[in-house]
Design a protein around this ligand. Structure first.
Ligand code: ADP
Length: 472
C-alpha cells in the first residue's frame, strides 16, 4: 500500500510540538506493515536546507499567488515531498500566525489532493493521511473533486487548534460554492479547515482512546463534539509511540551516563549533571521533579507554579525547560530567583537538555488540563523517570497509577491525579515523596515503567488497519 502523509511539521526537519514527532516516526514504522509512505511538507527554509539532493516531481504554474515546484528527496530515512513556493513558505520567524496562513495551508492540502489524483508519476497513493488543521483541506479538495480518488484519513493531534478563516476566502481558496454548507467547510460562519477534514475524510483518528472519548463530549469537543459523535465508528483513538532510537537511555549521547533497567544506579550521574547545569543544589537525596513543556494553560504550568512552595518545603527540587506564555515564563523565572538552588529554569527550546532532564530527573510532571496523547510521559517511562500526570486523555491511557493495588500487583508505572487542580497535584506530589522514601519500591516502579511498550510497532499496525478501512 502507498500512503501520502500530509503535515506542516516533521521531525527532525521542522518541529514545534508532538505533531512533528509523530509525522517523523510513523512512516518508518508503517514500512514494516507493508505501507510505503511519502511525506508532504511545506518547503520552509529549514526543510529545503535539509534535503541534500532533490528531483522535481511536479510543477504548479500558480499555487495560490505564485509558481511552485514539488521537490522529492530523501532525508533521515524519510521520502520527503517538499512544496517549494517562496511566496508562501520562505519566511523568517514562527511557522504559524502569518496573515496569509489560509493560503499557505490551503496550498498544502491542495497539492496533497493533486498528488492523490496522480500528479506525481510513479507515486499514486492509495490513501492520503492528513494531520491537523494545516492539512485539513486535503480530504476536502479530494471529496469535491471528480473521478477516482484515494482513501482519506484525518488525524487530529490537538482539537484546540482548528484553523478557522473568513468566509470570503471560499473562492480564493478554490473551494466550490457547494462546499459552503454545514455538510461542508462552513463552521460557525467561517471556513473550518479541521472541521472540514473531520467531516469529509473517510476515517478519523486521534492520538489516544481516552481523548477519542473526550472529544465526543461537548466540553471536550470544543465546538466539534456533535460532529465527532456523528462520525460514530469512523473515529478511532490510536496511541502515539515515541522513536525508541532517538529516545534510548542506553545510547543517548546527551546523557552524562547511559544506562538500562539493570543499571539504574547510573542515573545518579545524570541527576548530578542536571543539578549542576540548572544551578540546583547538588543533592542526590532530593526528589528532583523534571518538566519539559510548552508553558501554557493547557499544560497546567500555572498549577505547577502554585504547587512549588509545598514541594520545596518537603525537600523536593524542580528542573523546568519550557517556553510559552510570558506570564508563566515570568512566574518560573521569579521562582528560580526566590528559591535559589531548589528550582532551575531554562526558558527556551533545547532538545539536548530535554534528554538530560528525562535521564536525570526522578519524576516528570505533566499536569495538563487536557492532553490528546502527550509524549513527554512516554519518554519518561522509557527513561525510568516516573511520570506524574493528570488523569486526562493519553496521560490516563499510558501511566498506571502507583496505588496500593497496582504496587502489590507489580504493575505501577507512575502517578496519576484527578481532578486537575492545584490541590490534587499537591496530593500527588506528596504521594511521590512517600514512594521516594521507599527506594526499593521506587526502583520497582522504575523497572515497570522502563518495560512499558512505548514504541511505534503497535500503533503502526492500527494505522495500517485504518488505512485499509479508508481504502475499502
Ligand atoms: P505538545 O505537542 O502538545 O507540545 P507533546 O507532549 O505531545 O506536547 O509533545 C511535546 C514534544 O516537544 C516532546 O517531544 C517534548 O520533549 C518536546 N518539547 C516540548 N517543549 C520543549 C522544550 N522547551 N525543549 C525541548 N523539547 C521540548
Amino acid at each position: 500500500m502507498k500512503a501520502l502523509s500530509v503535515a506542516s511539521e516533521i521531525y527532525p526537519l521542522v518541529k514545534t510540538g508532538g505533531l512533528a514527532d509523530v509525522a517523523g516516526a510513523l512512516p518508518g514504522a508503517l514500512a514494516t506493515e507493508g505501507v510505503t509512505v511519502h511525506s508532504l511538507v511545506p518547503g520552509y527554509p529549514a526543510v529545503l536546507d535539509a534535503l541534500p539532493s532533490v528531483e522535481e516531481a511536479a510543477r504548479f504554474a500558480d499555487l495560490f499567488g505564485g509558481p511552485a515546484r514539488l521537490l522529492a528527496g530523501q532525508a533521515f530515512g524519510l521520502n520527503v515531498l517538499a512544496i517549494e513556493a517562496p511566496h508562501l513558505y520562505a519566511r523568517a520567524g514562527a511557522l504559524y500566525g502569518h496573515a496569509d496562513d489560509a493560503h499557505r495551508f490551503a496550498a498544502l492540502g491542495w497539492v496533497a489532493a493533486e498528488i492523490g489524483r496522480g500528479a506525481v508519476a510513479g507515486f499514486v497513493p492509495d490513501v492520503v493521511h492528513a494531520h491537523d488543521w494545516q492539512a485539513g483541506l486535503a480530504p476536502t479538495y479530494l471529496h469535491y473533486g471528480d473521478g477516482r480518488r484515494p482513501g482519506t484519513v484525518m488525524t487530529v493531534h490537538n482539537l484546540a487548534f482548528q484553523g478557522q478563516f473568513p468566509a470570503h476566502l471560499l473562492g480564493p481558496l478554490r473551494l466550490p460554492a457547494a462546499a459552503w454548507a454545514i455538510e461542508g467547510v462552513e463552521y460557525y460562519g467561517a471556513i473550518g479547515f479541521l472541521k472540514a477534514g473531520l467531516l469529509l475524510a473517510d476515517r478519523v483518528t486521534t492520538v489516544s482512546p481516552t481523548y477519542a472519548d473526550e472529544i465526543r463530549t461537548d466540553p471536550g469537543g470544543m465546538g466539534l463534539g456533535g460532529l465527532l459523535r456523528a462520525r460514530g465508528n469512523a473515529l478511532r483513538g490510536i496511541l502515539n509511540g515515541i522513536d525508541t532510537q532517538v529516545w534510548d537511555p542506553a545510547t543517548d549521547a546527551n546523557l552524562a551516563a547511559r544506562y538500562d533497567a539493570s543499571g539504574l544506579q547510573s542515573r545518579a550521574a545524570n541527576k548530578t549533571a542536571l543539578q549542576a547545569q540548572l544551578g540546583l543544589e547538588p543533592d542526590p537525596e532530593a526528589l528532583l521533579v523534571g518538566v519539559v513543556t510548552r508553558l501554557t494553560w493547557q499544560k497546567g504550568a500555572d498549577l505547577l507554579a502554585e504547587a512549588l512552595p509545598g514541594l520545596f518545603a518537603a525537600g523536593g527540587q524542580v528542573a523546568l525547560l519550557g517556553s510559552g506564555e510570558p506570564a508563566l515564563e515570568m512566574a518560573f523565572a521569579a521562582a528560580a530567583a526566590t528559591h535559589t538552588g531548589r528550582v532551575g529554569v531554562r526558558i527556551g527550546y533545547d532538545e539536548e537538555l530535554a534528554h538530560l532532564i528525562q535521564g536525570g530527573a526522578d519524576v516528570i510532571a505533566v499536569p495538563s488540563r487536557f492532553e490528546p496523547c502527550g509524549l513527554t510521559q512516554l519518554c519518561a517511562l522509557r527513561y525510568g523517570a516516573l511520570p506524574l500526570v493528570a488523569r486526562v486523555g493519553g496521560l490516563a491511557d499510558t501511566v498506571i497509577d502507583a496505588n496500593e493495588m497496582a504496587l502489590a500487583a507489580g504493575v505501577a508505572t507512575g502517578l496519576q491525579f484527578a481532578p486537575v487542580t492545584r490541590e490534587a497535584l499537591e496530593v500527588a506530589l506528596g504521594r511521590a515523596m512517600r514512594l521516594w522514601g521507599d527506594q526499593a519500591a521506587w526502583r520497582q516502579v522504575q523497572r515497570n515503567a522502563m518495560a512499558a511498550d512505548v514504541g511505534w510497532t503497535r500503533p503502526a499496525k492500527h494505522y495500517a488497519e485504518v488505512y485499509r478501512a479508508a481504502v475499502g
